[in-house]
Design a protein around this ligand. Structure first.
Ligand code: SAM
Length: 359
């Protein structure tokens, strides 16, 4: 466990700072190593998924110039980050995204390995962008898709003919060499939970990894009934998903790819298809969380459920040096929360909803 106050040279000496921090890695006060940075590059989104955005207010937070994200990413990578995931809002809406991917993919981790650069998208604009993203150096892609039938999908996204576009995007990503594509689905009871078996078929047919995610209380509050407000009863849990899939076809559990892996992994008895289940509500995995987030306006969030954010961009804009910013990052990481308290008495919804944090 580091103290959060590793002393870096006040000089702008990158090699010294990287060497100093390399020994310690980026560790929080609970001894968790932080290797995974998620960067939201826009607060805008072209979908209004019923469980996420009401869409009534549009973007609520600023976007920064691409150069600012790059400076922040470089600082984090110098401190031990090994994976960067670009997200939003909807990242494919962001002008300059390809430049950002290209420059990020050219970075090296502290140990000199290539950085793992991934992206999470709703896939609406992916058919045209998959190959350019691959050419810019993107390693992996995750597409969010909450139904495998066009009507249910359009009812969730509230955008007509969205399903066809997203499926075309998934196929283009596979063809561009960004596979195996991960397809993330958030299940809402009574809305799209009838799709579990059809998703299994989709995984087997399309050669993609389908990952079901338990719905978390991170939606934009919907006072006017245009969206859905979170309830415990609406969450379709891991146990339920496993039992439904087993009835469809026997599941075989797969080992995790890494200790910090959030998904439990399964295939079927014939080895065809892969399913992941991410269960932050019924099986929290905070004890081995390796993540930290940057919002589109350059605030650090140490947990999806943080009540506060930490203004890294403000410090940059006020002219702080790289060494000062690195020390600030270390002190913020040190304050990462032990866990979220979903379902516990006293749970408070975070100060931003998912789309405004960066999922
Ligand atoms: N627009 C991109 C997309 O659709 O993937 C990136 C941002 S979106 C907020 C990232 C992911 O968060 C999506 O997979 C979405 O389904 C998921 N998400 C949004 N609200 C959620 C919630 N309350 N609980 C669980 N996942 C949520």
């Amino acid at each position: 466990m580091h103290s959060g106050s590793i002393l870096l040279s006040p000089l702008e000496d990158d090699s010294l700072a990287v060497a100093t921090s390399a020994g310690a890695g980026l560790r929080d006060s609970y001894g968790r190593t932080i290797t995974d940075l998620r960067v939201s590059v826009t607060d805008r989104c072209n979908y209004r998924c019923v469980y996420c955005r009401t869409g009534n207010d549009g973007a609520q937070y600023a976007e920064l110039p691409i150069a600012d994200y790059l400076r922040m990413i470089r600082l984090f990578v110098g401190l031990g980050i090994e994976k960067v995931r670009l997200t939003g809002g909807e990242p494919l809406l962001r002008a300059g995204l390809l430049d950002l991917v290209r420059a990020t993919a050219a970075m090296r981790t502290v140990s000199g390995a290539p950085l793992d650069v991934a992206l999470t998208t709703n896939g609406h604009l992916l058919a045209e962008l998959a190959q350019p993203l691959k050419d810019a150096g993107l390693s992996r892609i995750t597409v969010s898709m909450d139904a495998v039938d066009p009507e249910t999908f359009a009812a969730i996204t509230r955008v007509p003919r969205s399903y066809e576009r997203v499926v075309a995007g998934i196929r283009a990503a596979g063809a561009a060499g960004l596979g195996p594509v991960k397809v993330n689905a958030v299940l809402l009871r009574g809305f799209n939970d009838s799709q579990i078996e059809a998703f299994a078929e989709f995984s087997r047919r399309e050669g993609v990894i389908v990952r079901f995610i338990e719905w978390m209380p991170l939606e934009e509050a919907s006072a006017d009934g245009t969206g859905r407000n979170w309830t415990r009863e609406a969450v379709v849990t891991l146990d339920e998903i496993v039992s439904r899939l087993n009835a469809y076809r026997p599941l075989v559990e797969l080992p995790p790819n890494a200790r910090s892996e959030t998904a439990r992994r399964y295939t079927f008895d014939d080895g065809v298809g892969e399913i992941g289940i991410i269960a932050p509500v019924s099986r929290p995995f905070c004890g081995h969380c390796s993540r930290i987030r940057l919002t589109s306006d350059g605030k650090i969030r140490t947990c999806l459920f943080s009540q506060t954010d930490h203004d890294l961009a403000g410090k940059m804009i006020r002219g702080e040096s790289d060494a000062e910013l690195r020390n600030y990052i270390l002190s913020v990481v040190d304050r990462k929360e032990a866990r979220h308290d979903i379902g516990q008495p006293g749970f408070e919804k975070p100060s931003r909803s998912m789309v405004h944090i960066g999922g």
